[in-house]
Design a protein around this ligand. Structure first.
Ligand code: PEP
Ligand code: MN
Length: 338
């Protein structure tokens, strides 16, 4: 249910509604608006009729049900776009945000070199996995805590905030100590214990769509993070599994306008995993901007031929620089700035 307060409602009246929502056993989520304040009451669907009676409280204009199953992620609850701040970078605003870096952090020289080049080319965030989800247990699993330290070093040198993946609930505190943004990978999109923990952490979260996740399931996964009171959430379309084998995945760009219509959360696109091949990354990056994405995540490696993971889909620094120049007219046409 959404409790819409009158434009003239006093702060005490809002507080009273919040307290009553809690007394009834629901969780209040408040959006303090400049025009009017709304309170989302989230909890057991069965008893929600009782919330209707809040209409009699002073300052309340109306109490309306939220029809979509994703209560907090939807536009019904929050009509205006959410802007997520990571370090000093705003995602979901006027600027198109580019996150770039290697698939995996491999060693000091590798991450430093890539961080410096992507920063010079105009990236605003540095990506790099320290804990890697790999299909094979024999493949490189990431440097772990040492990788986090190397990312911190690269941040210190470049000033770029860092986004890195967390695989397990018990690693959230450790990774949140260093990272500016926690990435939930495609394989963990429905790891509900992990979603709750990153929600509790309050850190900005980058939630990647699963390879077999519908838009609705994706938004329900987002709901787990929001339900913990953490609205610093960015969605990432990174390709889904289809019958097509010419590319690693099928980048579902339909999902961008659909997610934008249904949700207030920022949406970025990862054409590196979405295509699986460096040659297809630039055209799909441009298409992502054209269809309304708030940002891009791009894998970059100085020597893709020796990369520990995802070399084939990684851009060399020179190609990344070229891409950053080539996207400019697309960014402008989409009414944004780089
Ligand atoms: C990654 O970003 O390197 C990664 C593993 O992504 P995904 O979870 O989308 O496969
Ligand atoms: Mn990767």
């Amino acid at each position: 249910m959404i409790i819409v307060m009158k434009g003239s409602a006093a702060k005490e009246e809002v507080q009273r509604v919040i307290a009553t929502v809690e007394e009834l056993g629901y969780q209040p989520h408040v959006i303090w608006g400049t025009q009017r304040t709304v309170i989302g009451a989230v909890g057991d669907e069965r008893g929600k009729a009782r919330l209707q009676s809040l209409e009699v409280l002073p300052g309340v204009e109306s109490v309306v049900p939220i029809l979509q199953p994703f209560k907090l992620a939807g536009r019904e609850f929050k009509a205006t776009p959410t802007i997520v701040k990571v370090g000093g970078v705003e995602i979901g605003g006027n600027r198109l945000v580019v996150m770039a870096g290697p698939c995996s952090v491999e060693d000091e020289e590798q991450i430093r070199e890539i961080a410096v080049t992507v920063k010079a080319a105009g990236a605003s965030l540095l990506r790099g996995g320290a804990f890697k989800p790999r299909t094979s247990p024999y493949a490189f699993q990431g440097l772990g805590p040492e990788g986090l330290q190397l990312l911190a070093m690269a941040r210190k040198e470049t000033g770029l905030p860092i986004v890195t993946e967390v695989l397990k609930p018990e690693d959230v505190d450790l990774i949140a100590d260093t990272a500016d943004m926690l990435q939930i990978g495609a394989r963990n999109v429905q790891n509900f214990a992990l979603l709750k923990r990153v929600g509790e952490s309050g850190k900005p979260v980058l939630l990647k769509r699963g390879i077999a996740t519908t838009v609705q399931e994706f938004l329900m996964a987002a709901e787990y993070v929001l339900a913990e009171g953490n609205f610093n959430l960015v969605l990432c379309e990174r390709g889904i599994r289809t019958f097509e084998t010419a590319t690693r995945f099928t980048l579902d760009l339909n999902a961008v306008p659909v997610l934008k219509k249904l949700s207030h959360l920022p949406v970025i696109v990862d054409p590196s995993h979405g295509t699986g091949h460096w040659e297809y990354v630039p055209p799909m990056a441009k298409a992502a901007i054209a269809c309304g994405a708030d940002g891009l995540m791009i894998e970059v490696h100085s020597r893709p031929e020796t990369a520990m993971s995802d070399g084939i889909q990684s851009l060399r620094p020179i190609r990344f620089q070229q891409l950053m120049r080539e996207i400019e007219p697309f960014v402008q046409a989409a009414g944004r700035r780089l």
